[in-house]
Write a protein that binds this ligand. Structure first.
Ligand SMILES: NC(=O)c1ccc[n+]([C@@H]2O[C@H](COP(=O)([O-])OP(=O)(O)OC[C@H]3O[C@@H](n4cnc5c(N)ncnc54)[C@H](O)[C@@H]3O)[C@@H](O)[C@H]2O)c1
Length: 434
């Protein structure tokens, strides 16, 4: 295949993620690497914004994914960045039309749909990169590089934690749009599929067995303080002391990423506040329609008897940490402390690792610690066949990862240990090669 110097792109779903990728594509290689040539977005303001910013001609501007994909292919890559349960339709149609894809995770909350997309892509020879942004951050790349160096000896055990942060949990997974898995997807798939991706990528081995525990225990009606009102500003008796009191969370003590929570432009601060008070974000965190877990653990057994534990929990400040334990030493990473260190068993001393940006501001507003820029750069090389495939979160790797998540959820629901080969045989067909 001859090199595509400037990759033509359509954006299907120009919300937060779609616009983020479009922006990074525009700035990649001074605008020479990508060109946004089409958009499908039902929201008038967003659609017009993208049309104007990227100078997209009228005939390439559409309201829905069905409309834009009802026409023959007119670009190289389709960015599918609609919401979780609207990836399958556009992905399958775009594959059929011959597009390569940048596809938001989760690929789909349904195992069968994930299998369909992978099989359709394989049959057609479609390149699909799934947006597991963490592996494109410089910090996690540095850790991977160190693990590959062999300094740890034989890896025996991994501990990885995603401390979601109590305010992040309450904003996105209690009050917010990812609180109810029937509308979006389970927590492990939505939030922690990045973490399971990192673990698999670090080890470069297959998981054999998986077991998970976890539940929604705290953000439930039973834990509502006596007399708590449905909305914080309705005279709630614990308003002064509750850490989730909405005015404090979104106004007074709001961290930067929460100050930007209401992206819609408002004519005045008064209009913004009025909108806020009626919105889902002013609700009592104990009286929402959330059902996703607020704490979960996953135990995994990988090839070569490597044991792995993963913990996700809401009850913390936020940040990720990782310990990789080998026969020659231990690697310890804490993103919140900007620290990655190797403890060498020979010298009995620590070596600091050059992680470049060890501090991963993994929030969306933090650009996922450089992951959003990184993924666009890797996409360019992937489309042009100029990259080691093991570095790319391509669809086969991603679906293998999604199957781990689905198997972990099955374990959690049924109180069993799930054999991964048996699970994959059941969903993908016997001995499917990812
Ligand atoms: N990779 C990551 O780290 C990461 C981070 C956040 C979100 N996500 C995922 O990205 C996806 C998008 O999330 P978001 O925050 O950008 O959501 P969003 O709501 O901001 O964007 C989705 C867009 O799709 C549009 N849309 C709705 N119906 C459509 C249709 N029929 N045709 C075309 N467009 C349509 C919506 O109007 C909206 O603008 C979700 O699946 C989410 O889980 C991934």
């Amino acid at each position: 295949m001859s090199k595509i110097e400037q990759i033509k792109v359509i954006i299907v779903g120009a919300g937060n993620r779609g616009q983020t990728y479009a922006r990074h594509m525009k700035s990649f290689n001074n605008g020479k690497g990508f060109k946004i040539v089409g958009v499908a977005e039902p929201d008038d303001a967003r659609r017009n914004d993208v049309k104007a910013t990227y100078e997209i001609p009228d005939e390439n501007v559409y309201t829905t994914w069905e409309d834009i994909l009802n026409r023959p292919k007119f670009a190289d890559v389709a960015v599918i960045s609609t919401m979780d349960r609207m990836h399958y339709g556009p992905a399958m149609k775009a594959i059929e039309l011959g597009y390569d894809l940048l596809l938001e995770k989760p690929v789909s909350p349904e195992p069968k749909e994930c299998a369909d997309i992978l099989k359709a892509a394989r049959a057609k020879g479609t390149k699909i990169m799934v947006c597991h942004v963490l592996r494109y951050t410089s910090a996690f790349r540095s850790l991977k590089h160190f693990i590959q160096s062999g300094k740890l000896g034989k890896i025996m055990s991994v501990q990885h934690t995603e401390a979601v942060g109590n305010l992040h949990q309450s904003h996105s997974f209690v009050r917010g749009r990812w609180g109810n898995s029937c509308e979006t997807s389970p927590m492990l798939l939505q939030k922690s599929c990045h973490d399971l991706d990192i673990i698999q990528w670090f080890l470069d081995k297959k998981c054999k067995k998986i077991q998970s525990f976890g539940s929604l225990k705290y953000f439930t009606p039973e834990n509502a303080p006596a007399g708590a009102t449905d909305r914080c500003h309705e005279g709630c008796p614990v308003a002064d002391t509750c850490p989730y009191e909405a005015t404090r969370v979104y106004y007074k003590d709001a961290p930067n990423w929460l100050k930007h929570a209401f992206t819609r432009p408002f004519d005045s601060e008064e209009e913004r506040r009025e909108h806020f008070l009626k919105s889902q974000y002013s609700r009592c965190v104990f009286k929402c329609d959330n059902n996703v877990v607020d704490h979960q653990t996953v135990n995994m057994l990988f090839e070569d008897d490597i044991t792995v534990t993963f913990t996700m929990a809401a009850f913390n400040k936020g940040g990720r940490s990782t310990r990789v334990m080998g026969t020659k030493g231990e690697l310890f990473f804490e993103d919140d402390l900007a620290s990655a260190r190797f403890f060498n068993f020979d010298t009995r001393s620590y070596e600091e690792l050059p992680t470049n940006e060890a501090r991963v501001d993994a929030s969306i507003n933090g650009g996922h610690g450089g992951g959003d820029t990184g993924i666009v750069a890797v996409l360019y090389d992937y489309i042009n066949d100029e990259i080691d495939m093991k570095e790319v979160s391509e669809i086969g790797i991603s679906i293998e990862n999604h199957m781990l998540v689905f198997a972990a959820e099955e374990s959690r629901m049924t109180n069993t240990v799930v054999d991964i080969k048996e699970y994959n045989d059941k969903i993908m067909g016997k001995s499917f090669e990812f």
